[in-house]
Design a protein around this ligand. Structure first.
Ligand SMILES: NC(=O)C1=CN([C@@H]2O[C@H](COP(=O)(O)OP(=O)(O)OC[C@H]3O[C@@H](n4cnc5c(N)ncnc54)[C@H](O)[C@@H]3O)[C@@H](O)[C@H]2O)C=CC1
Ligand SMILES: O=C(O)C(=O)CO
Length: 313
């Protein structure tokens, strides 16, 4: 079995040796421009078009992350990059759900316990106990209730918050109210105090967090964008913060990354920023998952994690 690997930033040696250990019978190599020797599987992130195109013998391409928007947008520009019928897989969880839970729970608790307000009071050397927020006024709405959104919703429900989620089709997560489809988006938003975005980047979801959506949230809402920068209309968020409709935001992803130093988001006192690390690929878990999937394919089984090219995620 021949496996080719390309990632612009990951430590290649770790992956070559790790995959070799996972699949002792395989020959795992780093792909270099000009290498058109046979390959059964490709492990990629931002792959050069020539790495994949024309490889009719591929049995699977693995994206080394959860979001496949960068690969799919390249595929749109170069439709022959992924030979017909070759399945594209992505990482499902592989340690990312726990990271997303840590991120979301810690920030929700930060807002719920009003640490943002106390931080502002500290700047004024003011000793001033504030009224507690009540859980019943702190409904959390998770946009996108898939592998990551579902787990984030579950972890917040465990903290006793009212939690709801919104997805393409209804979900049956215990203790979480499920809304589905465009026709239920307004109901989902109405009363949502903390909005957490974990949608994939598709033509249907680009710009979804705009002023029309923000105006439907509860007053003094909070916004957490953990998915993709293109989901959020940054100027609309700034306007909602200005008007007081939105009280605070935590952003991990941006329309332009790295976020340019002159972006007004940096200086805004009620916006917290992290540099796209809400959940990163954990090599060991990812390699175990990929190896398991490859074994399933080799055994003629139907593995999970296949991207729907039709739905775009
Ligand atoms: N900031 C970071 O560090 C990371 C960000 N991500 C982002 O998180 C996203 C979500 O990841 P997963 O949970 O694994 O994806 P997933 O595919 O398991 O879940 C996607 C969810 O969105 C819903 N959805 C999709 N299109 C919709 C639409 N038009 N209307 C309503 N609901 C819709 C689906 O029904 C599903 O519930 C990734 O696509 C990626 O962009 C992923 C990993 C790390
Ligand atoms: O896996 C993904 O999609 C990411 O955004 C990783 O940071």
């Amino acid at each position: 079995m021949e496996i080719i690997f390309h990632h612009p930033t990951f430590d290649t040696q770790t992956w070559l040796e790790g995959m070799q250990q996972q699949l002792p019978g395989a020959n795992v190599r780093q792909w270099h421009p000009g290498d058109n020797q046979p390959a059964d599987y490709a492990l990629v992130w931002h792959p050069p078009v020539e790495m994949l195109s024309g490889r009719q013998t591929l049995k699977g391409v693995f994206a080394l992350g959860a979001g496949v928007d960068s690969i799919l947008s390249k595929l749109q520009a170069h439709p022959d990059m992924l030979p017909n019928g070759v399945p594209l897989f992505r990482l499902e969880d592989t340690g990312m759900a726990l990271q997303m839970q840590e991120y979301a729970v810690s920030q929700v608790l930060h807002w719920f316990r009003r640490f943002d307000d106390y931080q502002a009071l500290k700047q004024q050397a003011k000793w001033q106990p504030l009224e507690d927020y009540r859980r019943e006024d702190f409904t959390i709405g998770v946009l996108g209730a898939g592998v990551l959104g579902g787990k984030v919703a579950e972890s917040l429900a465990a903290w006793g918050f009212p939690v709801r989620c919104w997805s393409r089709s209804k979900k049956d997560y215990p203790g979480i109210t499920s809304f589905a489809g465009d026709e239920q988006l307004s109901d989902f938003l109405s009363g949502t105090r903390v909005l957490i975005n974990l949608l994939p980047n598709t033509p249907q979801t680009v710009g979804i967090i705009n002023s029309r959506l923000l105006n439907q949230l509860a007053d003094e809402a909070f916004v957490m964008n953990l998915a993709r920068g293109v989901h959020l209309v940054e100027s609309d968020l700034l306007a909602a913060l200005e008007s007081g409709k939105v009280k605070g935001a935590m952003l991990d992803v941006f329309a332009q990354e790295p976020l340019p130093s002159n972006s007004p988001l940096w200086k805004h006192p009620r916006i917290a920023i992290t540099p796209h690390l809400a959940a990163v690929t954990r090599p060991q878990e990812a390699m175990e998952y990929i190896a398991k999937t490859i074994r399933q394919i080799e055994n003629g089984e139907n593995p999970g994690g296949q991207v729907s090219l039709h739905h775009g995620y």
